[in-house]
Write a protein that binds this ligand. Structure first.
Ligand SMILES: Cc1cc2nc3c(=O)[nH]c(=O)nc-3n(C[C@H](O)[C@H](O)[C@H](O)COP(=O)(O)OP(=O)(O)OC[C@H]3O[C@@H](n4cnc5c(N)ncnc54)[C@H](O)[C@@H]3O)c2cc1C
Length: 447
């Protein structure tokens, strides 16, 4: 007879693993989790090569606006963390400008500093007088808040490099609550050389001392192993309805369950969910995301004292790089540097047809140009990791498709969760607190 579970979790990234953790904590014990890859962790995986530890899903730091969630994450890490004051930059025309850009105007040449200050004050006054049209999309919003100079120098080229689409296609939904607007006084202070800080919720951040960002997953696994059934190399192929239950099919198995917590990418779920969603499921393929390549590089010698650096410049292949050995000294052997670069691509086909050798060459050229490495010969270890989904794109299609699919799935006890299950720009803190709410919701239904 088919095995029955109260909850079946699809996907073993942070969303899936932390949901299992909270379900167990709240007393829901009959749980199974299916993970498609050989290992759990998803974007939070770390890789150790010859004494270097790389976060192969890109630069991850721990922070939260919500102090109780932050405390919860640190509790899970059980003392295995270090605290940092952010030291991050934007590379503009040969200079390392303090991040956020509007707080780093003092690092620009005087003419540029003046221009950026003039434009942001001008737009500020126009906004107050109601002389400027309300923005309708992300691009218009950028000009509406920051004025021409900051947008044209940094925000537009950087965001175009990251999102790989016309920024006017990005809806305002993306901005709301995510991109803070700077107090005008802080920008004025920054322009005359006084120290100010922006994005204060991540000014101080945490990072695991040992084991890279994956140690967050490992700490959760420690709590649930042996108590929750975790099946790796088990890609879920189909979820279908059967009486009042759900049947979850993987390649060589199928299970019956009451609830499914679904964290697999929605844009790849048309077939998996077609029995539940009917014709609507085809629309899931319309959801757009940005694929990413993370290149990990270890080399001898120390490097710049920064955490991460944004690179809007077009002819450098990556849009951001991070010195992971500055996140934790244990991420690299003594006097060596662990670095990752992040490069987004326009679509998944580009990722599939990637020539890794040519790509790596371009990454190294970028690092040579920035004088981070002298030549390819300095590099001791490297790795390239491809991610088909990294950033979900907030376009008009997104809200239309999601609102219909979400409610239909929930009616049938399929709860969407995670960055790609909910198709939301979720950071780890948001994922964790949603896992808690989902576990509570399931508990309340089963009591
Ligand atoms: C470049 C980058 C930098 C980031 N930096 C930060 C940061 O600094 N701080 C922060 O808080 N957050 C950061 N985040 C966000 C953070 O990575 C996510 O919030 C979190 O990892 C999402 O976890 P998830 O489980 O939702 O998704 P994922 O990690 O993608 O996990 C989904 C899992 O489902 C599995 N799966 C897929 N399909 C199937 C299937 N059919 N059957 C079974 N399993 C399947 C996948 O293999 C994967 O393991 C960053 C994200 C990116 C991309």
């Amino acid at each position: 007879m088919m095995k029955y579970y109260d909850v079946c979790i699809v996907g073993g990234g942070l969303a899936g693993i932390s949901t299992a953790y909270y379900l167990l904590k709240y007393g829901v014990k009959n749980v199974i989790l299916f993970e498609a890859s050989r290992n759990v962790g998803g974007l939070l995986r770390s890789m150790v090569i010859n004494g270097y530890t790389f976060d192969i899903g890109g630069s991850h730091i721990i922070f939260s606006k919500d102090s109780s969630t932050l405390k919860e994450i640190l509790n899970i890490l059980n003392g295995n963390y270090v605290r940092h004051r952010r030291n991050s930059k934007i590379y503009i025309d040969g200079r390392y400008v303090k991040y956020p850009f509007e707080n780093g105007l003092k690092d620009l040449p005087p003419e540029k500093r003046f221009e950026c200050l003039r434009d942001i004050i001008e737009i500020y006054i126009k906004r107050l007088k109601g002389e400027v049209k309300e923005p309708r999309n992300f691009l218009e919003w950028l000009y509406y808040v920051f004025g021409n100079c900051i947008v044209n120098t940094y925000l537009k080229p950087y965001n175009e490099k990251l999102w790989k689409i016309d920024l006017s296609e990005v809806t305002l939904e993306w901005v709301q609550g995510r991109v803070p607007t700077p107090p005008i006084e802080d920008v004025m202070k920054a322009a005359v050389g006084l120290d100010t800080e922006g994005y204060k919720h991540q000014l101080n951040f945490y990072y695991p001392l040992r084991g890279g960002i994956e140690s967050l997953i490992k700490s959760l696994i420690n709590e649930i192993s042996g108590k929750v059934m975790i099946k790796v190399k088990s890609r879920v192929r189909r979820v279908r309805l059967d009486d009042n239950d759900l049947i979850v099919e993987v390649s060589d198995d199928e299970v019956r369950c009451k609830y499914v917590v679904y964290t697999a990418p929605l844009n790849e779920s048309a077939n998996i969910l077609k029995d539940v969603l009917g014709g609507m499921s085809r629309e899931l393929s319309l959801l757009r995301s940005v694929p990413l390549i993370v290149t990990s590089i270890g080399f001898g010698g120390s490097s710049l004292p920064y955490h991460w650096v944004y690179v809007p410049q077009k002819d450098i292949i990556f849009h951001r790089f991070a010195f992971l050995s500055n996140y934790s000294p244990l991420n690299a052997p003594k006097n060596c540097t662990a670095l990752i670069t992040e490069t987004s691509l326009s679509n998944q086909d580009e990722l599939r047809s990637l020539n890794e050798y040519t790509f790596l060459r371009k990454v190294v050229e970028g690092l040579e140009y920035l004088r981070i490495v002298k030549s390819e010969k300095d590099i001791e270890v490297y790795n390239i990791t491809k991610w088909f989904n990294a950033y979900v794109i907030y376009d008009r299609v997104r809200s239309e498709v999601l609102s219909k699919a979400k409610s239909k799935l929930l009616e049938n006890n399929i709860i969407l969760h995670g960055r790609f299950g909910l198709w939301e720009y979720l950071n780890m803190d948001a994922v964790l607190s949603k896992s808690q709410s989902i576990a509570r919701f399931i508990l309340s239904k089963s009591e």
